[in-house]
Ligand binder design. Structure first.
Ligand code: COA
Ligand code: AMP
Length: 641
């Protein structure tokens, strides 16, 4: 942003809506363009318009080369801090450029070019970042898949993205076990109708993978050969509107949605956010304890810190257990992080283990300024606990895979607004946020409704879904014409503070991970003994929500219910992955339904959460609710109605 930028939040937000083009063209000056945009927004392109339609840039050059070739060459770009392997590795900007150039050259040799897709199935290691940036360098579109997903989910993403090449590691490392990725990758490729031409496999000593002749290449050997042969790829000039990546996220059905991110708008929005929302300067250390498989990881482990010339901490560990609840504070102190960004679940896990926050005293947090939370609702208790323990601002901010950066937050780089516990503070620039009722009419302040964003969405947000403008329209733009439907319910108070209350669809949030209950129901329903089922998210003190599946067995099934329940738990783990954290399947005689046959999932959730509920007037048989309550009570959950 220019120095002439308004200084106060209210002015800034108003300016971003009143002079949209002027605001974002000014923000765009922070980026090195091959062809600077002359126009900010073209409403006639794409589904609802496109940002920076005539701008050209290379995102990798902005994130790597311009720092490597300037005074930041010897500055750490990435610090890989890995308590699960007991190693720490620092990669300077100069070394990062070298790695990325060579890997990009190798990808080009494997036939990858502009617009080709590359799936990345890797844990939190620097090579994963080299892979993402190498794709950006040659105009290829990466699609990172989180390591906690099973082969089936990986297969669905491979089939949809149709990658030329897959970058993978032999394994990921969880505190209690080594997760062999290669068998999952092989199973996924076998299951997918689309086959990649090649796979590049990073062998890790914790589980060396068997290679498939003719398809798999050893990462270290292949990059060594490429380097020795002088194979390096220069960055190519891309349109600002070209896709940088596809990131799959849960939709309301089992089929994941491929959120498309374009390079220009994303670079501008992220760079703006580093200064104004996070209050971080180039050269500082930025620690985001998410995973590169999630949007938070894409934006704030990889792209934003590097675009801004910061040092990013790539942490391969957990908030607790690697080795203790002081792990985050150790990382902050050891690397001198200015800010930490994590999910409320992680904070709850730390609080549970170290309620008096005694581990904090072991570390020098003098360079640490603020804690940011996102990914799920931040409970006021945990926020207040962290504020007291850290004596620093604790900032909740709300966003979605679709938006790529915060919709609402507290822009401490502009003005630190007073915190209201439970609220994510105020809309960020470019977000014209409204709370609407079912008829699409704005509700008065303090009234709950669906949060909708008036089009256009600001730069950085998705322009469409991969390969399906139609699904994009149907999923987000048709409920409220002229608006993007966030599918989050919420309230805006008289002072403009935004509180997000929960999803209006069947998505649940388990330990900051977004999951579709519809997807889990599809897995349960495919069990031969299951007649019908319903999955709900029930309140969980640590994970926010935990999935719970109710199943009705087919008549005539003589097998013990407990055995079927165990099979169902294993089936969800097998087909969706351990990340679903599906541990509870309950057999019941019937499900509560309306007279028209709709399953009353909301009422079941209220019973499981021990909340009061009104008897739905259209319920077919109220006695079913007693049965649901009793079966939950047997497992010590909820309260019988
Ligand atoms: N690869 C393979 N498996 C993974 C994985 C990965 N990258 N990440 C998680 N899993 C597995 C876990 O090992 C666990 O398996 P288990 O059932 O065998 O124990 C399962 O998936 C569920 O994991 P998780 O929900 O993370 O629970 P946990 O009990 O292992 O850890 C917390 C609890 C709170 C420590 C953890 O959930 C956490 O760090 N949450 C923060 C999440 C976050 O940062 N989200 C990003 C949004 S901003
Ligand atoms: P994801 O796409 O995985 O980032 O998940 C997005 C969803 O997580 C949102 O639609 C919200 O339901 C929820 N979410 C994310 N951040 C917050 C927050 N700060 N407060 C409340 N809910 C949040």
């Amino acid at each position: 942003m220019t120095n002439a930028a308004p200084r106060r939040y209210a002015d800034l937000h108003a300016a971003s809506l009143a002079d949209r083009d002027g605001f974002w063209l000014a923000a765009a000056r922070a980026i090195d363009w091959d062809a600077p945009p002359t126009r900010a927004f073209d409403p006639d392109q794409g589904v609802y318009g496109r940002w920076f339609p005539d701008g050209r840039l290379n995102v990798c050059r902005n994130a790597v080369d311009r720092h490597a070739e300037g005074p930041r060459g010897d500055q750490a770009a990435i610090i890989h801090d890995s308590p699960v392997t007991g190693t720490t590795r620092t990669v300077t900007y100069r070394a990062l450029k070298d790695e990325v150039e060579v890997l990009a050259g190798l990808l080009a040799d494997l036939g990858v070019g502009r617009g080709d897709r590359v799936v990345v199935y890797m844990p939190m290691v620097p090579e994963a970042l080299f892979g993402m940036l190498a794709c950006a360098r040659i105009g290829a579109i990466h699609s990172v898949v989180f390591g906690g997903f099973a082969a089936n989910e990986l297969a669905a993403r491979i089939e949809d993205a149709a990658p030329k090449v897959i970058l993978a590691a032999s394994c990921g490392i969880e505190p209690a076990r080594v997760v062999a990725y290669k068998p999952l990758l092989d199973a996924a490729i076998a299951r997918s109708a689309h086959k990649p031409d090649a796979c590049l496999i990073l062998q890790r000593p914790q589980a060396v993978a068997a290679m498939t002749e003719g398809r798999d290449h050893d990462w270290a050997e292949a990059t060594d050969r490429a380097r020795a042969a002088g194979r390096r790829a220069a960055s190519v000039s891309m349109a600002a509107t070209d896709p940088l990546y596809i990131l799959y996220t849960s939709g309301t059905t089992g089929r994941p949605k491929g959120v498309v991110r374009d390079g220009g708008g994303y670079s501008v929005a992220l760079t703006w956010s580093m200064t104004h929302l996070y209050g971080v300067a180039p050269g500082e250390v930025y620690f985001c304890a998410s995973d590169i498989g999630w949007v938070v990881g894409h934006s704030y482990i990889v792209y934003a810190p590097l675009l801004h010339g910061c040092t990013t901490v790539l942490y391969e560990g957990k908030p607790v257990g690697t080795p203790d609840a002081g792990a985050f504070w150790r990382v902050v102190a050891e690397h001198g992080a200015a800010t930490l960004f994590t999910a409320p679940t992680a904070l709850r896990a730390i609080k549970k283990e170290d309620p008096r926050a005694e581990t904090i005293a072991d570390y020098d947090l003098s360079r640490f300024r603020a804690l940011f939370l996102a990914g799920e609702r931040a409970d006021p208790d945990s926020v207040a606990w962290a504020e007291r323990a850290l004596d620093r601002p604790v900032i909740d901010h709300w966003w979605q895979t679709e938006t790529g950066w915060a919709i609402a937050g507290n822009p401490i780089g502009v003005e630190r607004l007073p915190v209201k516990y439970g609220s994510t503070t105020k809309p960020m620039p470019g977000y014209d946020l409204h709370v609407l009722d079912e008829a699409g009419q704005p509700v008065p302040p303090g009234t709950m409704g669906t949060i909708a964003l008036k089009l256009p969405l600001p730069p950085g947000c998705l322009p469409t879904l991969w390969g399906s403008d139609e699904r994009f329209r149907a999923s987000y733009l048709t409920t409220y014409p002229g608006y993007y439907d966030t599918s989050d319910a919420g309230v805006v108070d008289a002072e403009g503070y935004v509180t997000v209350l929960g999803r209006t669809d069947d998505i649940i949030n388990v330990a900051g991970h977004r999951l579709s209950t519809g997807g889990m129901e599809a897995v349960l329903a495919s069990h031969p003994d299951v007649a019908e089922c319903a999955v709900i998210g029930i309140r969980d003190a640590l994970k926010g929500e935990a999935p719970c599946g109710f199943v009705v067995l087919k008549s005539g099934v003589a097998r013990e219910a407990g055995m079927v329940e165990r099979e169902l738990v294993a089936k969800v783990r097998d087909e969706i992955g351990p990340v679903a954290a599906f541990k509870l399947a309950l057999t019941v005689n019937r499900l509560p339904k309306t007279r028209s046959g709709k399953i009353l999932r909301g009422t079941m959730k209220r019973i499981a959460d021990g909340e009061d509920f009104a008897m739905p007037p259209t319920i077919e048989d109220p006695a079913v609710l007693d049965e649901i309550g009793a079966s939950l009570k047997e497992r010590g959950i909820g309260s019988a109605p």
